[in-house]
Design a protein around this ligand. Structure first.
Ligand code: PXP
Length: 248
């Protein structure tokens, strides 16, 4: 069964719109866990636009499932990660102007730095994951910098508006996932995933172990509640997994 990590950033986005105390991302995380989420993801951005330092501390202290901390590979964040000791750190590129993460890391231009970041995290028994586009050179570089896993950027797939483009993105994701798997990297995926576009990913990219999903689950929770929204995504994953047994 693919593990669902629920990203609670956008609960904090709503709270920060008023600079108040509600809604609380920890409360959302606890409901997500009870609904069956395998883990919780939160992105502590350098500009602190949604999740705050205290959210990360509270999540770490109070959730009972693994915490996946998304962050940029900068000294400030590495220090926070080492102090907090999440289950896993996912390194993402960060650009202050962007609305959300826009693309994968360019590992090739910072290999030495990522090796050092990964080393510091692993010394604290924190798993080291890299968010990348489905690109052969990036997958090989992820292996070179000794990542435990890669998270494939599904953003362009999610945004594709023609059958041709969708087919092409799925083929790229499949190729990158197979390559990573053969290199001994664990394969995760995320960005822009929804109940409508997750089934094809599960069908075509069977090496994926974890999905990180935030915006769609939090958006639907406004109408159906957080518990139901998480359950619906888990049911969607489960129902497609049963069709997938012979795919690898
Ligand atoms: N994975 C990464 C690396 C991300 O930066 C994000 C967005 O914070 C997600 C997954 C989740 O994307 P979405 O909110 O579109 O589901």
């Amino acid at each position: 069964m693919i593990k669902l990590f629920v990203n609670v950033d956008h609960v904090a986005t709503v709270r920060e719109a008023r600079k108040t105390y509600e809604p609380d991302p920890l409360e959302a995380a606890i409901i997500a866990e009870k609904a069956g989420a395998y883990g919780i993801t939160a992105h502590l951005r350098e500009d602190r636009r949604h999740v705050q330092d205290d959210d990360i501390r509270r999540l770490k202290d109070h959730i009972t499932t693994p915490l996946n901390l998304e962050m940029a590979a900068v000294e400030e964040m590495v220090t926070i990660a080492i102090a907090t000791k999440p289950f896993q750190v996912s390194i993402v590129p960060e650009n202050r102007q962007e609305i959300t993460t826009e693309g994968g890391l360019n590992i090739l231009e910072q290999e030495g730095h990522l090796i050092e970041v990964g080393h510091n995290l692993k010394e604290m028994d924190i798993l080291f994951s890299l968010f990348i586009d489905p690109d052969e050179d990036q997958v090989i570089a992820a292996k070179r910098v000794k990542a435990d896993s890669i998270e494939l950027n599904t953003g362009p797939y999610s945004e594709s508006s023609s059958i041709n483009a969708t087919t092409q993105h799925l083929a790229q994701l499949r190729k990158a996932a197979m390559q990573a798997h053969e290199l001994g990297l664990r394969v995760f995926a995320g960005h822009g995933l929804t109940i409508d576009n997750v089934p094809a990913i599960i069908r075509d990219v069977p090496w994926i172990e974890e999905l990180n999903i935030g915006h769609h689950i939090i958006s639907r929770s406004i109408f159906v509640g957080m518990d139901q929204s998480v359950r619906d995504m888990i049911d969607c994953i489960k129902s497609k997994m049963t069709l997938n047994v012979d795919k690898v």
